[in-house]
Design a protein. Structure first.
Length: 202
């Protein structure tokens, strides 16, 4: 994977990082505690070109089987479920956020779904899960069709909240296999922070 940009967020427990990478989430060169994915409700088939397909091909992780063996189910209240502990060395657990396509053109509803994700991660921390690193794609922008430009500002806001409110989390990785999407994420972050696009914080 290639690091495109990194920014530091000041929190009450010190500086934490958001990193933007060009690469394949299913073939990461380092491990993370939580991988966040999104899906249609009950839509766990490995559709070609999706992260769900890539996880099955590259990690031998079938999301339908992970759903069937899930250890925590928050679908009724927080639109999410949490996998059992994974044997793969790349991710300890997967959190699946469902139904974001229902928010296609509504930034307030997208924020609601991402607030659900933040709540789930907070619950996991209270339950004793060790969550220092989180990796995620641009949730809902693939088969679910949410506009990238609509999602990025809300996603950046919630990522910052995650780092500020979940004490143990140190780094959030945004990863995408298409460079044009990575460029959009990078530009969106710079616009969100009113930064120059050529600034790389290391």
């Amino acid at each position: 994977m290639a690091l495109k940009n990194m920014l530091s967020i000041e929190t009450t427990t010190g500086y934490k990082n958001i990193e933007i990478h060009h690469g394949d989430l299913s073939a990461m060169e380092f491990s993370v505690d939580i991988l966040v994915i999104s899906a249609f409700r009950h839509g766990y088939n490995p559709t070609p070109g999706t992260l769900i397909e890539a996880l099955e091909k590259n990690c031998q992780l079938k999301v339908l089987e992970l759903f069937q063996s899930k250890q925590l189910d928050f679908r009724e209240t927080l639109n999410s479920w949490v996998s059992a502990d994974l044997p793969s060395g790349k991710f300890k657990n997967i959190v699946c956020l469902e139904g974001m396509f229902e928010s296609l053109n509504d930034s307030d509803r997208i924020e609601h779904y991402l607030s659900d994700l933040l709540a789930v991660l907070s619950v996991l921390q209270h339950k004793g899960f060790s969550i220092k690193t989180i990796a995620l794609p641009l949730l809902g922008t693939g088969q679910q069709g949410i506009a990238v430009e609509l999602l990025i500002p809300v996603l950046m806001k919630k990522a910052k909240e995650m780092l500020q409110t979940i004490q143990e989390v140190q780094t959030i990785y945004f990863v995408h296999h298409r460079m044009e999407i990575v460029e959009q994420i990078d530009q969106g972050i710079n616009q969100f922070l009113s930064r120059s696009s050529d600034l790389l914080e290391l």
